[in-house]
Write a protein that binds this ligand. Structure first.
Ligand SMILES: O=P(O)(O)OC[C@H]1O[C@](O)(CO)[C@@H](O)[C@@H]1O
Length: 309
């Protein structure tokens, strides 16, 4: 199988033939250590100011543990609501969707603008439903539309405004426009970590609130993140470094696409999640790598099949 880099249950195979040189350069420049120290200069001078307040994802597990008592309390308070619907787009819903699908916990994700699909979700078991409205900015129009559609559905079903408010949990950054709306509705508000960008927010309140309500043991996820963190500053046995170096080297050598196949990872929905992480993170200044999700290593993607003559 060739070289393997593994830590905390994650493994990267075959990265060295592509990324060995890039990796040596990164190690020589001390990048793994600087990354763990959250050095904001790593992203270049133009990004330094933003990087200073956006590197919380490197040790989210430290602050997320503080959420555990609040999550246990919330789950107990809402014990009669066993249908969990998550309204959130992209970075605000992909991670909890993957976590719940992988662990077999029921979570309905509302991340569509298709009226038929939204209507179908709205009519089911309202009296048992808790809607998690997740938006870092608090201004994503799709998510706010889902919130309003659900509120209308509760009121039309005869809930009082106070009863309807109890069925909403809002996850957002402090100071976002959703805070005031949530307070007006009487919804529970759980603040996310403002130092973690939306697409890296898997282990902040964005991932943990819906996952915990759906019955996932979220403390275990935080433990796994802490275990992986120990590998990030190393020169070897560092799967993140091996993968990053290989991707960077491939792009530098002229590759512009990466095929993603989740088969064999045991993580359901991983390819779709990684697609967003890579596309949104690397598509800057006219440079980037196009992620393409495939069903199997030798299959063309559904999109490619549809387009072929
Ligand atoms: O959490 P928010 O602010 O609603 O954003 C949802 C998604 O929309 C984007 O801002 C743009 O697609 C993503 O970065 C993010 O994952």
């Amino acid at each position: 199988m060739g070289d393997v880099e593994a830590a905390a249950g994650l493994a990267v195979w075959g990265a060295d033939p592509v990324g060995a040189e890039a990796r040596a350069t990164l190690v020589e420049a001390g990048v793994p250590g600087l990354l763990v120290q959250k050095d904001p200069t790593l992203w270049g001078a133009d990004a330094e100011a933003e990087a200073k307040v956006r590197l919380g994802w490197l040790d989210t597990f430290r602050r997320s543990r503080d959420l555990l008592p609040q999550l246990a309390e919330l789950k107990a308070e809402l014990a009669d609501l066993d249908r969990v619907v998550l309204a959130g787009m992209g970075g605000s819903s992909l991670a909890p969707e993957v976590i719940c699908r992988t662990l077999g916990r029921p979570l309905t994700v509302l991340d569509t603008t298709d009226p038929g699909q939204v209507r179908a979700v709205l009519t089911e078991r309202l009296e048992r439903t808790v809607v998690v409205v997740a938006s870092k900015s608090g201004s994503t129009v799709e998510t706010d539309s889902h919130r309003r559609a659900y509120l209308r559905a509760f009121l039309d079903a005869g809930f009082s405004e106070a009863e309807a408010g109890r069925h909403f949990v809002v996850v957002t950054d402090p100071g976002s426009p959703l805070v005031e709306i949530a307070e007006e509705m009487g919804a529970t508000v759980i603040f996310a970590d403002p130092e973690v960008g939306g697409r890296y927010s898997a282990l902040t309140a964005f991932g943990l609130v819906p996952a915990a309500l759906a019955g996932v043991d979220v403390a275990e996820l935080i433990d796994q993140a802490e275990e992986l963190h120990a590998s990030l500053s190393k020169d070897r046995d560092n799967p993140a470094l091996a993968l990053g170096a290989a991707l960077g080297a491939a792009v530098t050598a002229g590759r512009d696409k990466v095929a993603l196949v989740e088969d064999g990872t045991g993580i359901v929905g991983l390819a779709d999640w990684v697609e967003q992480l890579l596309a949104e993170s690397t598509g800057k200044d006219g440079r980037g790598i196009l992620p393409v999700v495939l069903e199997t290593p030798d299959a063309p993607s559904p999109a490619a099949r549809t387009c072929s003559p």
